[in-house]
Design a protein around this ligand. Structure first.
Ligand code: PMP
Length: 451
């Protein structure tokens, strides 16, 4: 066994962690994960728990998905890398594009542009949206709209449309021309509206208002997550995304669905857009596309957008965008195997069923513990609990207390994620009912220790 304490010291000395204070690593050393199998992870001290986080919302098929591992090693042996910049391509990316086209056909998305992750996918969609308008002679459409609480990665474009100050302030000024509308967040919203349907209508009215204020002809695209994820798992009312789609279409604004979390079954539907019966103009994907085993992503493009580019005679449609790892053959091979397993196992159906059990269990915990102010979920395997120090005032819980719940939950058998005042759950989609119960009893122990 490795010396955990020594590793923790070395970690603090030489490594900065994303989304963490660099000085925090010694006082609060991160868990050193050394092994993983099925839906469990094991740390350097030999403690094994169910991974309620699913890596980072991405290990949908668990940690032992042999077909994906075999595809990666097979591709590494055959063609470990070649670029797909103009002039070269490879069989893995071609086959994958065909598979993705089939998978996303019900969403009206028929072309793939490859990236190396979620932030790249967001950046790609934002840029292609502007270019689409330029090709059509509407170059004045340059602005972006998005939702407060939305998370769209950390590139400058994505950070600019991000709706959470934590990911913005230190890096301002960001991209000009990005405007945010209220999210349909029933627990807290500027309208004091507690009815989800009425709140959806108020947020849609705010969107109309912002469009009128900016001038529709200045707006390129609206980007949104079908279910807000990192912002605290905020599922909208079923009328919200269709309402956004209708408003965008009426004003000539492209709709970018940020499906980095929601694509490939997490909501219980194959995609988040399909969950709400919406066809977006772009869908950003990454994460579960390779089960987290290889950094990879794809932006899926609607047929009518693709045709605008492909039939262009103005010379404006040449794509001056792309990454060294756009279409990495190893990522493409991983994604092909992953997609086959995802469909074979019908993980969306399991996500829906286990998601209901998990959500019901969290509601039961809310009945037991005052600190659980809000429970959100009910759409597959993405759930959150928002913790408060007082249910009446909804004052957020302090950081130490939520950290203590997380720590005790971990000791009792489940890894959960803390994001602000929220405990977030996004386990692998191959979870069993027994695993759901393990997560729930570990959380019960976590909250009991706090109480
Ligand atoms: N969009 C959404 C909705 C995400 O959840 C994330 C990552 N959590 C991203 C974009 C960024 O993806 P990545 O971290 O792979 O760059």
């Amino acid at each position: 066994m490795k010396d955990g304490n020594f590793l923790k010291e070395k970690n603090a000395r030489s490594l900065w962690h994303p989304m963490a204070h660099p000085a925090d690593s010694l006082a609060n050393p991160p868990t050193i994960v050394t092994d993983a199998a099925g839906v469990t992870i094991t740390d350097v001290d030999g403690h094994t728990v169910v991974d309620g986080v699913g890596g980072l919302w991405n290990v949908n098929l668990g940690f032992s998905c042999q077909p994906v591992k075999d595809a990666i090693s097979g591709q590494l042996d055959r063609l470990p890398y070649y670029s797909i910049f103009r002039g070269t391509t490879n069989d893995a990316v071609i086959e994958l594009a065909e598979e993705l086209r089939d998978f996303f056909a019900p969403d009206g998305l028929t072309r793939a542009f490859y990236t190396s992750g979620g932030s790249d996918s967001v950046e790609t969609a934002l840029r292609l949206a502007r270019q689409y308008h330029k090709i059509r002679g509407e170059g004045g459409r340059t602005k972006y709209l998005s939702l407060k609480k939305g998370y769209h990665g950390t590139h400058f474009g994505g950070a600019s449309v991000n709706g959470n100050a934590n990911f913005r302030t230190a890096y301002e000024p960001l991209l000009p021309g990005c405007f945010h509308i209220p999210a349909p967040y029933t627990y807290r919203n500027p309208f004091d509206e507690t009815d989800p349907e009425k709140l959806a209508q108020l947020c849609l009215a705010a969107l109309e208002d912002e469009i009128a204020f900016q001038g529709a002809g200045t707006i390129a695209a609206l980007i949104m997550e079908p279910v807000l994820g990192a912002g605290g798992v905020i599922p909208p009312h079923a009328s919200f995304m269709p309402g956004v789609r209708e408003i965008c279409s009426r004003h000539g604004i492209l709709l970018i669905a940020d499906e980095v979390i929601t694509a490939f079954g997490r909501t219980g539907s194959w995609t988040g857009s399909r969950h709400w019966g919406v066809q977006p103009d772009f869908a950003c994907t990454a994460k579960a596309i390779t089960n987290g085993y290889f950094p990879f992503g794809a932006v899926m493009i609607a047929e009518h957008v693709a045709e605008t580019f492909e039939k262009d005679e103005t010379g404006r449609a040449a794509i001056g965008h792309g990454y060294t790892y756009s279409g990495h053959p190893v990522g493409a091979a991983a994604a092909l195997a992953c997609l086959a397993e995802t469909k074979r196992l019908k993980v969306n159906e399991n996500a829906a069923a286990r998601g209901r059990e998990l959500h019901d269990g969290l509601l039961a915990l809310q009945g037991k513990y005052e600190v659980i102010g809000d429970v959100r979920g009910g759409h597959g395997l993405m759930c959150a609990m928002e913790l408060v120090s007082d249910r009446n005032t909804k004052a957020p819980i302090d950081k130490k207390a939520i950290g203590a719940v997380q720590e005790e939950t971990y000791r009792a058998g489940a890894m959960v994620r803390v994001s602000g005042p929220n405990i977030i759950l996004s386990p692998p989609l191959v979870l069993t009912s027994e695993d759901v119960q393990t997560i729930l009893s570990a959380l019960d122990a976590g909250f009991a220790a706090l109480a």
